[in-house]
Structures are given as structure tokens and as C-alpha cells.
Write a protein that binds this ligand. Structure first.
Ligand SMILES: Cc1cc2nc3c(=O)[nH]c(=O)nc-3n(C[C@H](O)[C@H](O)[C@H](O)COP(=O)(O)O)c2cc1C
Length: 166
């Protein structure tokens, strides 16, 4: 049985939520917060799903560091990518994974998607709250999770697993 590993990087929980949604629909999946990841888990995986949330126009430092530090180990398994990002227009949602993960990684991934976003002001630190209120003019919590896109990622992974078993 192929081993699926989901590594997510999150600040306020959206990427974790998406990882757990994916885990529910696949069998034999390990979900791991990027802060607890180790090289052995990466080396044992046949397929890795990377989930990154976007802040100040880029992925968080911990995901950047993982992609750089473990680039050799990450070059072996199949990859699927998702971003949690506040962009809403369809065109921006389509280009956002490439902007965040980069062209090379997206080209080599089986699929890359924008999974949606969650804005919860109560959870945020002061700096994040002020920034978001300034740039988005949002005053209330908001959430959009693109389950159709996440299901598309799940189907792609399932198809890969079916082929690798044959
Ligand atoms: C301070 C702040 C800055 C953000 N900056 C961006 C951004 O530059 N681009 C974007 O698409 N989304 C941005 N977002 C939206 C987040 O990506 C979104 O809230 C996402 O759900 C966060 O995921 P997480 O809870 O897993 O960290 C920002 C959110 C906050 C709170």
C-alpha cells in the first residue's frame, strides 16, 4: 500500500482543516504539522501532499525552509499541492499555487490547487488584524473553502494510488 503523507503549514488553522478533510476521504494517510516533521517521514512516503497558507504575499517561513532543506528527499515522492489563500477571483485562484510554490514545483506536482481561506479576527494577533483590516477592508469574519477543488486533488491522488498498485 502506497504511503500518503500530508504536511501542512498553518498559522490560524485553515491548512490543518483542509489536511483533515483530505485525510477523512483517503485511507492510510499520515497528517503532520510542518513543525513536527522529520526526514524519516518524508523518506517513507510515496506521495506527499503539501499545504501552505499565504501571508504577506508568500508562504510562511517554515514551508520555505522545508522546501529548501529537504529538497533532495522531496524530489523523490509524487507531490500534490494546495494553498490556503484569500484570493477570490477564479483567475487569481488558478495562478496562486504557482505564485506561492513556484513554477518548478507546480510543474512536477500531480496537481496544485487553491483550497480557500478563513478570516477569524478573534484568533489574530494585533499586527495581522490591523494589516488585514487595512488591505481587505473586511470588518467581519469570512470563510470560503473550495471543496470541489479539494475533492479534485483527492481524486487525483486516488488515481495515482490506483496506478501505483498495479
Ligand atoms: C495578516 C494576514 C495576511 C494575509 N495575507 C495574504 C496574502 O498576502 N495573500 C493571500 O492570498 N491571502 C492572505 N491572507 C489570507 C490567508 O491566507 C487565509 O486567511 C488563510 O486561510 C490562512 O491559513 P492558515 O489559517 O492555515 O494560516 C492573509 C491573512 C492574514 C491574517
Amino acid at each position: 500500500m502506497a504511503k500518503v503523507l500530508i504536511i501542512y503549514s498553518t498559522k490560524y488553522g485553515t491548512s490543518k482543516l483542509v489536511a483533515e478533510y483530505i485525510k477523512l476521504k483517503l485511507t492510510d494517510v499520515i497528517v503532520c504539522d510542518i513543525l513536527n516533521i522529520n526526514i524519516h517521514k518524508i523518506k517513507e512516503a510515496d506521495i506527499i501532499i503539501l499545504g501552505a497558507s499565504v501571508y504577506y504575499n508568500g508562504m510562511r517561513g517554515e514551508m520555505k525552509r522545508l522546501l529548501f532543506k529537504e529538497r533532495k528527499a522531496l524530489s523523490k515522492p509524487a507531490l500534490a499541492l494546495y494553498v490556503c489563500s484569500g484570493v477570490q477571483e477564479e483567475e487569481s485562484r488558478n495562478t496562486q499555487p504557482r505564485n506561492v510554490f513556484g513554477r518548478r514545483l507546480c510543474n512536477r506536482a500531480l496537481i496544485s490547487i487553491c483550497a480557500g481561506y478563513r478570516i477569524e479576527f478573534d484568533k489574530m494577533d494585533v499586527r495581522d488584524k490591523q494589516f488585514l483590516q487595512r488591505v481587505s477592508r473586511l470588518t467581519e469574519d469570512k470563510e470560503e473553502i473550495y471543496t470541489q477543488e479539494i475533492d479534485r486533488l483527492i481524486e487525483t491522488v486516488e488515481e495515482y494510488l490506483r496506478h501505483s498498485e498495479n
